[in-house]
Ligand binder design. Structure first.
Ligand SMILES: NC(=O)c1ccc[n+]([C@@H]2O[C@H](COP(=O)([O-])OP(=O)(O)OC[C@H]3O[C@@H](n4cnc5c(N)ncnc54)[C@H](OP(=O)(O)O)[C@@H]3O)[C@@H](O)[C@H]2O)c1
Length: 273
């Protein structure tokens, strides 16, 4: 059986759709009848509820949002999967994840390290930023950020789901990190121009210095320490370090990743105020 955690999220919902017709189970916190596969209730905050759903030979898709208990919960589920004899874990991490790195990259770095030495065969998906976060960022037609002028890569989460579906429905492959990117990297001004073209109305990106962006995030209600780190992180991913693209989506699925115009055509409503 293929067990899908985070099944109501961006990636999980698309993955569940791809697994229709397979022996698959969605793990959800609340009833979810619209996923296309059966579900059972469980919660990362009580890892044993997920462990109870795992049997020898299962394949596990490991993903959730991030919260303060993320590291402990994910490590515990990995340990329970090892104990249950799970045949492979396909997990979602992030590009440049490393123990000690800032914010989510640091949390994922610790969990990735735990998975690599768990004894369970693994595939770690390391995507760049999600196109699906852009409708929220361009709320009201304007996005503020401290990325600067360099190109930054974004990927459509449906491509991450396609990679996961291919890995989970093929014979277990070698342990591997998969650096997943969209097909092209654009500056945030370039992204705003693409959005404006697709929506037929103006969209603009306003670049702020790191301290200005931190103050902006604080005004949005983000606690001070995270606001500063997030603004710094944007400046770091915008220094060209997240510009390179890979061919991994096509190598794994046989199909190139979705382009900005495709993503925008499919998500026009999400950008509406
Ligand atoms: N956003 C980005 O640009 C970006 C870039 C690279 C990597 N990532 C990584 O991608 C992952 C998020 O993927 P996503 O966007 O597909 O997720 P998402 O849309 O944020 O959804 C999170 C999913 O996790 C579930 N979840 C959260 N806490 C849980 C808990 N305690 N127990 C059980 N389920 C729980 C949620 O369930 P409910 O519906 O019940 O809340 C939901 O299904 C994160 O690890 C993030 O670091 C994000």
């Amino acid at each position: 059986m293929i067990v899908v955690t985070g099944a109501t999220g961006n990636i999980g919902r698309a993955l569940a759709g791809r697994l229709r017709g397979h022996d698959a189970l969605a793990v959800v916190r609340r009833p979810a009848d619209d996923l296309g596969i059966p579900y059972k209730l469980a919660d990362f905050d009580r890892p044993e509820t997920i462990g109870e759903l795992l049997s020898p030979g299962d394949r596990l898709f490991l993903n959730s949002g991030i919260w303060p208990g993320f590291i402990d919960a994910h490590r515990a589920v990995i340990d329970l999967a090892a104990k249950a004899g799970v045949a492979q874990i396909v997990s979602v991490s992030v590009r440049d994840a490393a123990p000690g790195a800032k914010l989510g990259m640091g949390l994922h770095g610790v969990v990735d390290a735990h998975l690599r030495k768990s004894g369970v065969p693994w595939a770690i998906l390391q995507p760049s930023g999600f196109m699906q976060t852009l409708p929220r960022d361009f709320k009201g037609g304007t996005m503020y950020g401290s990325y600067g002028p360099a190109p930054v890569n974004y990927i459509d989460t449906r491509d991450i789901a396609d990679v996961a579906a291919t890995l989970l429905t093929s014979p277990v492959g070698p342990d591997r990190d998969h650096l997943l990117t969209g097909p092209e990297s654009l500056s945030h001004e370039g992204i705003a121009a693409e959005i404006g073209r697709a929506l037929g109305r103006p969209a603009r990106y306003v670049n702020l210095s790191v301290p200005e962006m931190a103050a902006h995030l604080e005004r949005q209600g983000i606690p001070q320490e995270f606001a500063g780190e997030l603004a710094e992180l944007q400046a770091r991913t915008g220094d060209g370090g997240w510009a390179a693209t890979t061919t991994v989506v096509k190598d794994v699925t046989g199909r190139p990743p979705r382009t900005w115009p495709t993503f925008l055509a499919d998500h026009t409503d999400a950008f509406m105020p």
